[in-house]
Design a protein around this ligand. Sequence first.
Ligand code: NAD
Length: 315
Amino acid sequence: MDILVTEELDAPAIQRLAEKHRLLRDGTLWKDAAKLKAAIREARAVMVRNQTQITAEIIAAAPQLVAIGRLGVGLDNIDVPAASKAGVVVIAPLDANATSVAELTLGLMLALARKIPAGDRSTKAGGWDRKGCTGIELDGRTLALCGYGRIGRRVAARAEAFGMRVVVFDPFAGAETPGRCGRLEDALAQADFVSVHMPLSAETKHMFDTGKFDVMKRGAFFINTSRGGLVDEAALVAALRSGQLAGAGLDVREVEPPRAATELETLDNVILTPHIGAFTAEAQTRTIEAVAADIDRVLRGEPAQNFVNFAQPRR
Ligand code: NAD
């Protein structure tokens, strides 16, 4: 077998790959590490979304592996250093879904500011609660962007078009970055909206905790389209319950899908979406086409174009 696909994935690009290479698809493999370990043994390439955990152990169990294709951007489910060490290239088209995630972020901000879900719920229930649905404008408000990479910068451009003032916390952003703050707390304290766009790592896990919510302006809104693990969900619930935060928009959760309903599901001022930041027709097509083309290249002995590590193909 040349290519193993471990999550639900169907697209013309996959069909084309299947015509050229021996491709095995099992959308349940991500749920069972032992089954994955057995299935990957013969694979030369593996294609994953964000659910499959490609650990050092899994890579070690795949002696034929030369490429990991990540249909997305977050790399927290792949042990990239272990892949590099094993000579396995990690393919991820980093620009392919940034616009979609940025647009969802603006959507969540607008939905929170204008109470669109509450208006929808109450109107469908027979109400006509114009007063209860009184919102605020984005125009003139301050947005703090935590992480100013591909997505953060696209959100900034769109927010500025709405008349927002943008401040930025990103330790790796250049000094010339407009609105750059040296400390996260300085950005948070100014913001009416806080939006998170940084990777999840050991260093950033639970970065947004009680201390961070406390320094935010009372009545601010919090949006996370990055990774659930960046946020201490219990602290977020407490901040929402106390009124310290006016609302939250979360596309990502610490456990996905959540194993049991938490308090977040019970709060009217919280909008939850099922990790759909990259789920637009355009982003999916761009991503799958780019990864499939690179997998084909690597299997034919050519270098990948969208790689995130430096690894010499083993064969
Ligand atoms: P990117 O690498 O272009 O930008 C990330 C930025 O975060 C970089 O500028 C980096 O300097 C900054 N950063 C790193 N550590 C930081 C820290 N400790 N504090 C503040 N900033 C820090 O990545 P991107 O394409 O903008 O994506 C950002 C994140 O969005 C990804 O890591 C991924 O987890 C998430 N994402 C989610 C979806 C979705 O479907 N919801 C889709 C794509 C990406």
